[in-house]
Design a protein around this ligand. Structure first.
Ligand SMILES: [Zn+2]
Length: 245
């Protein structure tokens, strides 16, 4: 099956947090959307690989995505090594997505940082005809990054306003991570964490006159065929440009 959009997450709840609304929106528009979790999240404080897989499939159903795979790479030990690249390359070649989404590595989690490089490297190397991995060579034309922790001025914002409560339901499906009852208290099951995600999405939405928006980033020069697909956004002043670095 060929996918329109393939989103990679380091851990089973990352895609929901960073880009859940965008995936729900495009699935509802009829695009074929898939998620690949790089690890099963087995090193997390709460939950096991089995529990987290069940939760991730429940979240996938809420989001309406066509596939959700887990590559089972080692949690807390992700590296952009050739051995770890092979399964990522093979899944890109299998689904041949038009758009690949991966995390932007601004926060301190080493897996998130390594995952950005792993996804970018795999998306490029999947196009090498002679790269020793399974499947027919294919290079996705567009690679975008989504935000996990921290913040940077977005390159693009997707208006996800009508889908926001579904995004929150998909996140909540990961009960082992976000429900403190029966679990060890962590940074993410403190209610302040989801308030912060909501606040960030509202702030990004405010840039494009939407209630909620998800920020996207790219190192590509983007092109558009139909100008009518564009929406306005407050112009960045020089100071904000410099903040982007
Ligand atoms: Zn994560």
């Amino acid at each position: 099956m060929q996918l329109d959009i393939l989103a990679f997450g380091p851990h089973p709840d990352d895609v929901e947090i960073g880009i859940g609304g965008t995936l729900i929106k495009h699935a509802r528009m009829g695009y074929r959307v898939g998620i690949v979790d790089l690890t099963a999240g087995e090193a997390g404080t709460n939950g096991t690989a089995e529990v987290r897989r069940r939760e991730s499939l429940a979240a996938a159903e809420i989001m309406g995505v066509a596939v959700r795979d887990c590559l089972g790479l080692p949690d807390a030990r992700l590296e952009a090594t050739e051995a770890m690249l092979v399964p990522v390359i093979e899944v890109i070649r299998r689904y041949r997505p038009r758009i690949v989404l991966g995390p932007l590595s601004l926060d301190g989690h080493p897996d998130h940082q390594r995952a950005e490089q792993l996804v970018k490297d795999a998306a490029h190397k999947a196009g090498f005809r002679k790269y020793p991995a399974g499947g027919e060579s294919y290079r996705p034309p567009v690679i975008l990054q989504y935000l996990l922790g921290s913040y940077r001025e977005p390159d693009l914002v997707v208006d996800i306003t009508p889908y926001y409560e579904d995004k929150m339901r998909a996140i909540a499906a990961h009960a082992s991570q976000f429900d403190v009852r029966g679990n060890v208290e962590t940074y993410v099951n403190d209610p302040a964490f989801l308030h912060a995600i909501r606040a960030r999405d509202m702030f990004c939405g405010s840039m494009v006159q939407a209630v909620y928006g998800e920020p996207l980033y790219t190192s590509h020069q983007l092109a558009i065929d139909d100008l009518m697909g564009l929406r306005g956004w407050r112009r960045m002043n020089e100071e904000r440009r410099q903040m982007r670095g």
